[in-house]
Design a protein around this ligand. Structure first.
Ligand code: GTQ
Ligand code: FE2
Length: 363
């Protein structure tokens, strides 16, 4: 074979056409889109305001029944950068869900794992593999992969909770399975919150630096009541002069993240505090549970208050500030990045210059 160092344009055109015909791509033309110096997530930093979420959830409550097939009254956060996919970030599903009083969201199971963080209200319980977990504002409830689960509405109305799932990860791994339970509901348990009675006296938070250990299983504790989370945050805040104190909800048996794919944390920002900017691999959804403040993400300021939900994509620099103090729930895919040796973190020395402010829909 001789090597032609001066091919003609026609030869090259024909060659590239034949590559396309043969379902082959020449890497040398796409190297810089594929092997970017740093992560370039398609998802953008974004914020959904509580006002808009609440208003549209109320209309869904009025207009849409919950039935087998549709399964859930859920409004999923669709990141505008992801062009029509119902995902909050490339790896994370985030949504708000609501139920009418006395309503049932029928039992099913699926390979994606889910967490629920209650924003407002009271009276709903989620039955997870036979264990009825009561849900009140600030509680975290787990429905791990392949566990049967249904939601039952009590007498109260106006309940709204945040759903987080690893659905996009399981989807990317082509490992989605779904099955409806043969009946609408699992047998009604006589007592509720059995996992809490069983494991509730064990250590179930990691404080300080949030560094989840890895475990392929999920936490056997299925409910983390807000009263405990709040008390623990208060205790560590009293001993710390950091601008923000954090705790991660963990498996009480081994200190691992609550689900193999998802880590859940609660951050308490002190009044008049400003956190140091940091970027890390992996996506995070922040749910503002209490208070108000703002976050600067890649130079844009996102003002937030209770009930707002915002996304910080992988490798975006983020810092938070609050005047009155605030509690931020955070859901991330960190355990996956750690398991695969892809976790990286970079602390920035200086606060980011702010070049603009974000206006959420409906503001
Ligand atoms: O409540 O079971 O947001 O199956 C997405 C899928 C919630 C649920 C979601 C689900 C559920
Ligand atoms: Fe589900």
């Amino acid at each position: 074979m001789t090597y032609d160092s001066a091919p003609t344009d026609d030869e090259l055109d024909e060659f590239y056409a034949d590559l396309r015909w043969a379902d082959l791509y020449p890497l040398w033309t796409i190297t810089d889109e594929l092997l970017t110096p740093t992560p370039q997530p398609k998802a953008q930093p974004w914020l959904w305001s509580h006002k808009t979420l609440r208003e549209l959830a109320d209309r869904a409550l009025r207009l849409i029944p919950v039935e087998r097939g549709g399964e859930r009254r859920v409004l999923s956060l669709g990141n505008p950068g992801l062009a029509g996919t119902p995902y909050a970030a490339g790896t994370l599903w985030g949504a708000v869900q609501c139920l009418r009083p006395g309503e049932l969201a029928p039992a099913h199971r699926h390979s994606p794992g889910a967490i629920r963080f209650v924003l407002e209200g009271d009276g709903v319980w989620t039955t997870v593999n036979g264990d009825a977990c009561d849900m009140r504002a600030g509680d975290l409830v787990l429905t791990p992969s392949w566990n049967w689960h249904e939601h039952t509405g009590g007498a109260e109305s106006g309940m709204l909770w945040f759903d987080g799932l690893d659905l996009p990860i399981v989807q990317a791994l082509d490992a989605i399975f779904f099955e409806p339970y043969p009946e609408l509901r699992q047998p009604a348990p006589e007592i509720h919150n059995v996992s809490l009675t069983t494991y509730g006296d064990r250590e179930r938070f990691v404080t300080g630096a949030v560094t989840d250990a890895l475990h392929p299983g999920h936490s056997p504790l299925l409910i983390y009541p807000w009263t405990d989370t709040d008390a623990r945050l208060g205790a560590i805040a009293a001993q710390s002069d950091e601008p923000m104190v954090s705790l991660e909800y963990v498996n009480p048996l081994n200190g691992a993240s609550v689900l193999p794919t998802l880590s859940c944390a609660m951050h308490r920002i002190r009044p008049a505090a400003h956190t140091h900017p940091v970027r890390r691999t992996g996506n995070t959804i922040f749910v503002v549970f209490a208070g108000s403040g703002s976050s600067v993400v890649d130079g844009i300021r996102y003002d937030w208050s209770a009930g707002d939900i915002f996304v910080v994509p992988s490798w975006s620099a983020a810092e938070h500030r609050s005047d009155e103090g605030a509690d931020l729930f955070a859901l991330s895919d960190t355990p996956v990045l750690r398991a695969l040796g892809l976790h990286r973190e970079q602390h920035l020395d200086e606060p980011q210059p702010v070049t603009g402010t974000f206006t959420p829909r409906g503001a």
